[in-house]
Design a protein around this ligand. Structure first.
Ligand code: TRP
Length: 453
């Protein structure tokens, strides 16, 4: 089908603010608020942040622009995009790999979304009131190891996502992001102010911003790269799909820059909201995944105004999670509606059910299935591991090689410059990064992470 025919009836984002809200909504998620602070804490604070920032600027931004180019040029879903841009060639297989990867990510991410909802309700009901620190710690294990309770919350999270995505790109996704993203920033600022005004908070800031280079190992560097991909929602077709909804007159490069800046701000602010509080209450900063669900509820219990700030924190996590799961569902819906011609509502519901089914073993990994190991990991950890280390990096590698070496310099330049209307002074740098730096960096960091180098 000719490109222009396809794009006429296509739903899409209506405004620049809408695009950035949706893209930033995808990027900003549990990865920023729950994962970033604890991996930065374990990876040497500022030392980790420096490496991570370099990856965001030189690799992440290029990869996001690559995805936008593929999406907007083709006006298609992640599989159809390659069938349109390079018909008869095997590139579309990367779209399949992206689709499988995002399905698995969505399934385990929903489980954490479920815990978040559970903790939001617990906070509203003031369930932690009067508990000792040990009791609060055991709540997390008791909550996640049950069979039905975490599953019900996981399903609620998936259902909320389905409801939004059913509404379509403009009336569902864009509208929701425009409302939720400003609220998210408001919540975050409230928490930052509370945290830095606690006595002894400067120790936390020092921890976050004072580099400890001894903690930088091959593994931490791989974690930083993995986090850069994960936090920018790269390597799974999300940004290809969102890119395909960006109008031809909008500027792709500036959208990337705004999205990455907003995303990095939230990660850093989340760190500032969390570590000063952690230090102020004399708790170890290297808590790991329990940071949000164990350490923080403890702190809220002891903090002046903790009831209120606890609710704000879990509301923040909920909004962050929802705009992200939306961006995991939409690429799958796009593949189904455009590739298989299934109507949107039906596609959304069917995919929601499939994700819910896969999320069951993920949730049970913390309870009755905790003994079931894959390469020494439970099912949840295993999915996290293969998607982060293989799926996303591998897909990004193929996307960049495609745009750098096969799509054609003219096409890429035409798409970035809106058919010659914009100046693209950054183009040679971008192309150099995409052709050489990004692929080499992905391969090197990947090999060192799995211990080959
Ligand atoms: N970026 C989100 C976060 O940091 C997670 C996310 C949303 C995501 N969509 C994605 C991750 C697509 C990978 C792929 O929490």
């Amino acid at each position: 089908m000719p490109l222009d025919k396809l794009s006429v009836n296509r739903d899409g984002f209506s405004s620049k603010f809408g695009i950035i809200a949706a893209a930033a909504g995808s990027a900003i998620g549990l990865g920023n608020i729950w994962r970033f602070p604890y991996i930065a804490g374990q990876g040497g604070g500022a030392a980790f942040i420096i490496v991570y920032a370099i990856f965001i600027i030189f690799i992440g931004m290029s990869c996001m622009l690559v995805e936008f180019v593929i999406g907007r040029r083709s006006q298609r879903d992640v599989i159809g995009a390659f069938q349109t841009l390079s018909p008869g060639k095997p590139w579309f297989l990367s779209g399949w790999l992206a689709t499988v990867t995002i399905t698995l990510i969505f399934a385990f991410y929903s489980v954490v979304f479920g815990w978040t909802l559970d903790y939001l309700i617990k906070s509203v009901l003031n369930s932690f009131s009067g508990m000792s620190p040990n009791e609060i710690t055991s709540v997390f294990g008791n909550t996640t190891s049950q069979i039905f309770r975490p599953l019900i919350y996981t399903f609620i999270g998936i259902a909320l996502t389905v409801l939004v995505v059913m509404g379509g790109v403009q009336k569902g996704i864009e509208k929701c992001a425009k409302i939720l993203m400003p609220i998210l920033f408001l919540f975050l600022i409230i928490l930052v102010i509370r945290s830095v005004t606690l006595p002894g908070s400067s120790k936390g800031l020092l921890f976050l911003f004072k580099p400890d280079f001894s903690k930088l190992t091959g593994n931490t560097i791989l974690t930083a790269l993995g986090q850069a991909f994960f936090t920018l929602s790269l390597g799974v077709g999300t940004m290809v799909t969102y890119g395909s909804y960006i109008k031809k007159k909008e500027k792709l490069a500036s959208t990337v820059v705004y999205t990455c800046i907003l995303n990095s701000c939230v990660s850093i602010l989340a760190g500032i909201a969390i570590f000063p509080a952690v230090f102020s209450f004399g708790i170890s900063p290297e808590q790991g995944p329990g940071l949000a669900f164990v350490t923080l509820p403890n702190i809220f219990q002891q903090m002046f105004g903790g009831y209120f700030f606890g609710i704000i924190f879990f509301l923040l996590m909920t909004t962050a999670a929802l705009t992200s799961t939306i961006s995991m569902l939409e690429p799958l819906v796009a593949v189904t509606t455009e590739g298989l011609k299934v109507p949107r509502k039906k596609a959304t519901i069917i995919i929601g059910i499939i994700i819910a089914l896969i999320s069951i073993p993920c949730s049970l990994s913390f309870g009755i299935m905790s003994g079931v190991k894959f390469m020494g990991m439970n099912f949840f950890e295993f999915l996290n591991y293969i998607t982060a280390n293989f799926g996303m990096t591998f897909v990004s590698l193929i996307f960049t090689v495609f745009v750098g070496w096969f799509l054609g310099s003219k096409t890429v330049k035409a798409e970035l410059s809106n058919e010659g209307e914009l100046k693209v002074g950054y183009y040679p740098v971008f192309m150099f990064l995409v052709r050489f730096v990004v692929p080499v960096a992905i391969v090197v960091v990947f090999l060192s992470g799995i211990g080959v180098i």
